[in-house]
Write a protein that binds this ligand. Structure first.
Ligand code: KIV
Length: 332
């Protein structure tokens, strides 16, 4: 192929721009590395941090001193002792092992994987097989300490008690998780009771239940009116009384969540339900800033991984294009 003088000139300009961009990116990376090294030097050793009292915040954030495996039984103890429970979702081995190392009390194999990992608009398409083999086993293989909870996906329990119990046993047996989470109130009480009777710890999920999004028609705050708030309260009490080890409260008024928390024996885990719950759960990709198109007010972003990844990949692409990667030390 022949290039005109004009094309050669503009290709040279583009190359020059790419080099300038790569140089700026390298400078930026070096500055970040220097800042990170300074942060590391200033941080106390992890062993020292672990010795610090439980619940005492430190520079690196919260580190647990109690390394025992979290059980559903300890969920109750945590509430009784007036301590809070931290929960995050995870859908893969690498992320789950990082979250577990960082000291999160519980990891949810959430059907939100449908949105976050697969790019679906709702959680409805997730299947029992996907929950077990695409994400469940990966998370279970990674986690040493946190209580691993797996969502029962849409269609796995709504069709009847026996079907629900069979799927619950299958998910426990084949994924190796520690507990299940199920969306719904008294309408699924018998199913939840039978699952509990099979020896499976269950976390109920009330308020905004994403598997029912087609019934609600919107992701707006639930239980703002008295009738829905009353139903939610009686659903929560019923789930607690039959022995659920937790209740997720999603996107409901903070005052209602506080009242429910006082009324039930098991811990409540809020997402968009204010500070009165016994614990909090977030989707890890939201709180780490991987998914920035989704910004409801209940998300607090603790990192900007989206831009860190875009920067890093941009630098890699630049290095490959300019022949700067791999260098001699990176070659055999
Ligand atoms: O699947 C999920 O991520 C959840 C949380 C919203 C609690 O159920």
């Amino acid at each position: 192929m022949y290039l005109t003088a004009h094309k050669v000139c503009s290709a040279a300009k583009n190359l020059h721009r790419a080099e300038a961009h790569a140089a700026a990116a390298i400078l930026n990376l070096n500055q970040r590395l220097a800042a990170a090294q300074t942060r590391n030097l200033n941080q106390p050793h992890a062993a020292q941090l672990a010795e610090q009292e439980e619940n005492k915040p430190c520079m690196a954030g919260y580190l647990v001193s109690d390394e025992r495996k979290v059980t559903s039984h300890r969920f109750f103890e945590t509430k009784e002792r007036g301590k809070k429970i931290s929960m995050l979702t995870a859908y893969d081995y690498t992320t789950a092992s990082l979250l577990d190392k960082a000291g999160v009390d519980s990891i949810l194999i959430g059907d939100s994987a449908s949105n976050v990992m697969v790019g679906n608009k709702t959680t409805l398409p997730m299947t029992v097989e996907q929950m077990i083999y695409q994400i469940g086993r990966a998370v279970v293989n990674a986690v040493k300490r946190a209580l691993v909870v797996c969502d029962m996906p849409f269609g796995s329990y709504q069709t009847g008690v026996e079907h629900g119990v069979e799927n619950a046993i299958r998910i426990m047996k084949e994924s190796g998780c520690d507990a299940l989470k199920i969306e719904g109130g008294v309408e699924i009480l018998e199913t939840v009771k039978r699952i509990l009777d099979s020896g499976i710890p269950v976390i109920a999920h009330l308020g905004l239940t994403p598997q029912s999004i087609n019934k609600f028609g919107t992701y707006a705050v639930r239980a703002k009116d008295k009738a829905e708030a009353d139903k939610l309260m009686s659903d929560a009490i019923a789930m607690s009384e039959i022995g659920c080890c937790g209740i997720t409260l999603e996107k409901i008024p903070a005052a209602l969540a506080r009242e429910v928390t006082k009324a039930v024996k098991c811990p409540t885990i809020g997402i968009g339900a204010g500070n009165g719950c016994d614990g909090q759960v977030l989707v890890y990709a939201d709180m780490l800033g991987l998914t920035q198109d989704f910004s409801p007010r209940f998300i607090r972003r603790y990192a900007d991984l989206k831009n860190i990844i875009i920067d890093a990949v941009g630098q890699y692409v630049g290095d490959v294009k300019t022949g700067n990667f791999p260098n001699e030390q990176e070659s055999y």
